[in-house]
Design a protein. Structure first.
Length: 442
């Protein structure tokens, strides 16, 4: 009972006591009426107080419910923050972990999504960087300095031969040089005598003719040696040195490259122009890829068209362009031929390999694209993994057209951005592992 109720009861008791002391019945009736009025007031006041307490209690409970509501709202907000965090989630990996997972990172490129022709192709040597090394004169192999697989530089000696025909050619040149020296001396003497009117003019003319003939003979002998690969300027030094034989013939590498074939054997007689050649040197830093074009597609392939070459080794494709489309149809295969010249550092492409060439047809439209291997689905959304400083950022993308190999990107990533194009399932697994362990994405 509250203090107000107690006061009201005390007042009511006082009023009743005063009414009992009154002698007049009218006053008694009046008192009874007053008592009823006061009693009613007391009851009303009591009910009002009880109602007030109920309202206070309800207000307190309402406030508590509001607090609970606020807490629920905070939970909703917190959930929203988690969603926002997951949209910009990252998978934290360092360079060594990326390498261990076999993840390849490539830039977002521009190219055709559909209208791509799949062509079988074979890798061959770049004939501009291939040399057959054979002696220009017959001889016996005295020594061989290289083996198959050796790397050589242009001018390196591959083998040394003993050649009698070469010795004869050198001797002829040296004899011609000696006759030229004699003819020059004779001409100078006859010229002085003729000027002094001591010698006849005919002697002077004969000496001049002999000089010209000696010069022609020397020039002819020198050209013959040059055709054999001998530097005529080195002959006087060779003659002066007793350690050098006129029969020595050095077989040198004309280009830098790798010895891919060797047929020269110690003691073998090598003939001029013999087949197979003594050595084959190839520079495989550049190779040719010849793709077969079937009849229905001959009109859709043009020089300069972009191509993507899949070596089949699990690595990223090699991007290039068609350098040459042959106008001739193969007599046996009945197919056309498109040639792609590829810079091949590291010898990823090896002559004799069969590869697949994906060429954009002339009617294909280029667009921003990514390989389908770069796409994954996370929480019902299509995403790619964009390389970041700490690993990979999960980026939602919107797709357009799609083929077996590529998907058109309408939004989400831009040209040149570096994304994971292989083993993206491993990245998705790492992302889900982080969500399971931490309650949210890394």
């Amino acid at each position: 009972m509250t203090k107000n109720k107690i006061n009201l009861l005390l007042i009511t008791a006082s009023v009743l006591a005063l009414a009992a002391c009154s002698p007049e019945s009218q006053s008694e009736q009046s008192g009874n009426g007053d008592r009823s009025s006061v009693a009613d007031n007391v009851t009303s006041e009591t009910r009002h107080d009880d109602h007030g307490e109920d309202e206070n209690h309800a207000e307190a409970e309402g406030h508590a419910e509001d607090d609970d509501g606020d807490e629920g709202h905070e939970d909703d907000d917190g959930h929203g923050e988690d969603n926002e965090h997951s949209e910009s989630a990252e998978v934290h990996l360092d360079a060594s972990q990326i390498s261990d997972l076999g993840i390849i990172v490539s830039p977002v490129s521009s190219g055709a999504v559909d209208g791509i022709l799949e062509l079988p192709a074979e890798v061959g040597f770049d004939l501009n960087h291939l040399a057959h090394v054979s002696p220009r004169v017959s001889g016996i192999v005295r020594s061989v300095a290289v083996a198959e697989g050796d790397r050589v530089e242009a001018g390196d000696v591959l083998a040394v031969l003993n050649s009698r025909p070469l010795a004869d050619a050198k001797a002829s040149y040296l004899s011609a040089r000696a006759r030229l020296d004699l003819a020059e001396s004779s001409f100078e003497r006859e010229e002085r005598l003729w000027e002094r009117q001591i010698s006849a003019e005919q002697d002077f003319l004969d000496a001049r003719r002999a000089l010209e003939e000696a010069r022609i003979e020397v020039r002819s002998a020198g050209q013959q040696l040059d055709a054999l690969g001998v530097d005529v300027s080195s002959l006087p030094r060779m003659v002066a040195s007793s350690d050098v034989s006129l029969t020595r013939y050095e077989l040198a590498a004309p280009i830098s490259g790798t010895i891919i074939e060797r047929h020269a054997v110690l003691g073998e007689v090598l003939e001029e122009g013999a087949q197979p050649p003594a050595f084959i040197v190839a520079d495989t830093d550049s190779v040719w890829v010849d793709a077969a074009i079937y009849g229905a597609d001959l009109g859709r392939i043009r020089s300069g068209a972009p191509v993507s070459i899949d070596p089949g080794d699990g690595g990223p494709p090699i991007e290039s362009t068609i350098d040459f489309v042959s106008p001739q149809i193969g007599e046996r295969t009945r197919t056309g031929r498109a040639r792609i010249v590829i810079e091949n550092p590291g010898d990823r492409l090896r002559p004799g390999m069969f590869v697949t060439v994906f060429a954009a047809a002339s009617d294909a439209q280029p667009t921003v694209r990514v390989p389908v291997t770069a796409l994954q689905t996370v929480d019902g959304e299509t995403v790619v993994f964009v390389r970041s400083a700490d690993g990979f950022e999960v980026r939602e993308v919107r797709l357009g057209r799609r083929s077996d190999r590529f998907a058109e990107i309408l939004s989400g990533v831009s040209l040149g951005e570096m994304i994971a194009t292989t083993e993206t399932f491993s990245l998705k697994a790492e992302l889900q592992k982080g969500e399971f362990d931490d309650g949210h994405a890394h």
